[in-house]
Design a protein around this ligand. Structure first.
Ligand code: FAD
Length: 261
């Protein structure tokens, strides 16, 4: 275990941070690979400041883990801890101010569930993201996108814990860069909540589109397998899938990893 100070471990528990020692990362990643690491499950965002300060004081390196659907972790043990925000029942909060099209979401929430929660309020525009696995926090970091929709353009405000200073800041959208599968957040920023601006759209229209997109995804990806899905990026102007196909790599196997047919 990388945290030897048991008093600090107990303190963290009191702040709302559950410390899990020596966790196999393969249980936390969708690819099912990864050696052991410490996991700290944060259920109260105000725990972040003392937890991160305490880790820094003790020289314990830390990182952030969302749903683990964009992580290819080494099988070697990690001498560090991963902070993971815990989802809760009140993660999707609808705003009554303005035209009512803004929604503030805790970054621990599942992205797919968020799309459906918004749909129930007749708020659409993010249907394309419904099948992207993982959390809203991971989607912000990666500027997740699918079927012509990316999360970046929907963002109005992000509340972020800055690992460098231990402070919480609210960043307006125009101060954040969203690019193809990457964003301008600092490596030690932890996004806490995001406010999105959505479109008024009838639930049944959103549902019809969601069903269509889910079907398209099922047709193009082995979604029941431990698949790399759309983790891989396309090189500029090219499709990775097409390149793999043209190189005759479909079906190629290395150990337990295989390129699907
Ligand atoms: C089957 C499959 C299909 C996929 N399809 C798509 C797709 O269509 N489009 C697409 O864009 N991606 C796709 N992906 C990739 C992946 O799902 C997305 O990138 C997703 O947004 C990652 O979210 P996550 O919560 O799993 O993040 P993780 O994999 O846990 O983390 C990814 C990065 O985000 C950081 N991070 C996570 N949460 C926070 C936070 N709160 N604050 C700061 N940093 C944070 C992590 O530190 C890490 O750097 C797919 C993946 C799979 C396995």
């Amino acid at each position: 275990m990388v945290i030897e100070d048991l008093q600090f471990v107990r303190q963290m528990e009191q702040w709302g941070a559950r410390v899990l020692a020596d966790q196999p990362l393969r249980r936390y990643t969708s690819l099912g690979v990864g050696g052991s690491a410490g996991i700290i499950r944060i259920s109260r965002p105000d725990a972040l400041e003392p937890v991160v300060a305490g880790l820094r004081e003790r020289g314990v390196p830390w990182g952030v883990l969302g749903g683990g659907t964009n992580v290819l972790a080494s099988d070697e043990p990690f001498h560090m801890v991963f902070l993971q925000l815990v989802p809760g029942p009140g993660d999707v909060m609808f705003e009554s101010k303005g035209d009512g099209n803004q929604v503030t979401i805790s970054t621990a929430a599942s992205l797919g569930r968020t799309v459906m929660e918004c749909a129930k309020r007749n708020l659409g525009g993010m249907e394309g993201l419904v099948g992207v696995p993982g959390s809203v926090g991971g989607a912000l970091r990666m500027n997740a996108g699918a079927y012509g929709t990316q999360i970046g353009p929907l963002v109005r405000l992000v509340k972020v814990f800055r690992g460098a200073t231990g402070t919480i800041e609210e960043l307006p959208a125009d101060s954040i860069g969203f690019h193809y599968r990457k964003s301008s957040f600092a490596p030690d920023d932890i996004m806490l909540t995001v406010t999105l601006e959505l479109l008024t759209k009838p639930f049944r229209e959103i549902l019809a589109e969601v069903k269509l997109l889910n079907q398209r995804r099922r047709n193009s990806q082995p979604i029941k397998e431990k698949s790399a899905g759309c983790i891989f990026k396309n090189p500029p102007g090219l499709s990775t899938g097409k390149l793999i196909d043209e190189l005759g790599m479909k079906g190629m196997r290395v150990g337990g990893a295989v390129i699907s047919e």
